[in-house]
Design a protein. Structure first.
Length: 251
């Protein structure tokens, strides 16, 4: 059974992301100056998209496991890993100065597989899992920057040894200094948010209480949410093509 409000939230996030990327192309490919976009407001906007999209995917995973079982759910999430890997290959060839390693699709696929491996524990102790994952996200939010802490609450430096394994370190959230990705969602800290949302979904199922809000329908956003994968894959080539045709960006 689908939950319309989760699809609607996903649809809202994909609309917000499309607009954000439109401005990103105008600013960073077209050379247009938008101080508010490049500052705190733009950062908070970008983070709101990430948080909602990842949390919705985590909660939806729990409900999908209930409906399809772990094996069928794993197969559907492997598709995301494949698309994420394809995006890495394409960007390395077409835009070597802006490659995407461990982007959001790759993250959603691998985070789902990790959650599926841990599901027996998370399903049995959803409250504990939610607390653990939330703490992981909070205390290691700055891990890709080499620090403990959450956003502007900057803690001590993490051990430098964590960054010594190249792409393997970057995958887990401890990138070497020479690592760069224009869209980067490592397992640490983002699995903390994904796992917390999945644990909340597991708690709903364990207690037999699915919030009525999840059945609230916003048809237009729901339809977009159910096509979010294709919108994500196609929106940037379409936007870049239109901006290039309008001579707002050049290559």
């Amino acid at each position: 059974m689908r939950h319309p409000f989760l699809d609607a939230l996903r649809g809202f996030s994909i609309c917000s992301m499309t607009l954000y990327h439109l401005l990103w192309d105008v600013v960073y490919l077209g050379g247009c100056s938008l101080p508010w976009y490049e500052g705190t407001v733009g950062y908070l906007w970008q983070q709101s998209i990430c948080w909602v999209f990842i949390a919705v995917s985590g909660a939806a995973l729990a409900l999908e496991i209930k409906k399809k079982g772990r094996k069928r759910t794993a197969k559907s999430r492997l598709v995301l890993v494949g698309w994420g890997s394809a995006i890495t290959f394409v960007t390395r060839q077409a835009m070597p100065h802006e490659p995407i390693y461990f982007g959001v699709l790759f993250f959603l696929g691998t985070a789902s597989l990790l959650t599926l491996c841990l599901w027996p524990v998370m399903e049995k102790k959803p409250k504990g899992a939610a607390i653990f994952c939330s703490a992981l996200f909070f205390f290691l939010r700055n891990a890709p920057r080499g620090r403990w802490g959450f956003e502007w609450i900057v803690g001590p430096a993490l051990p430098a040894a964590l960054t010594r394994f190249g792409l393997f370190s970057a995958f887990w959230g401890f990138p070497p200094r020479d690592f760069y990705s224009s869209d980067y969602f490592p397992m640490v800290p983002w699995w903390g948010l994904f796992g917390a949302a999945s644990a909340v979904g597991a708690l709903w199922l364990k207690e037999g209480f699915i919030p009525n809000l999840l059945q609230k329908d916003i048809p237009f956003l729901r339809k977009l949410g159910r096509k979010s994968l294709w919108i994500y894959l196609l929106h940037q080539p379409v936007i870049i093509g239109l901006l290039w045709g309008m001579e707002l960006i050049t290559f």
